[in-house]
Design a protein. Sequence first.
Length: 103
Amino acid sequence: MKRYELAVNAFFQLPLILCLTMLLVTAYPVNLSIILLLYLCGLIDLVYAKLPLLRRRMFASFGPGLIPTKRRQAYYRGYKRIALGASFNLLTLLHYHMITTGF
């Protein structure tokens, strides 16, 4: 895909992505389940990445330096999912705050 095709696709699909995100934020039972699912998947990825360290009884290790190379991608993916869940959680809280205060 060429650079201009990517820009055109991003330009035309961005409103659709934003509308779907806001639809998910406002759908009450669905948004909580999506947030919990993102947090849970991120936690599973982090535990999978840190499992070799936990087996060696290294409980306090920070950063991906001691994690085996094969599992570093799961480590980064876990933190990305947790960050995505946190941002979705903040959007949901902002939405409910705006509803209750009438802002």
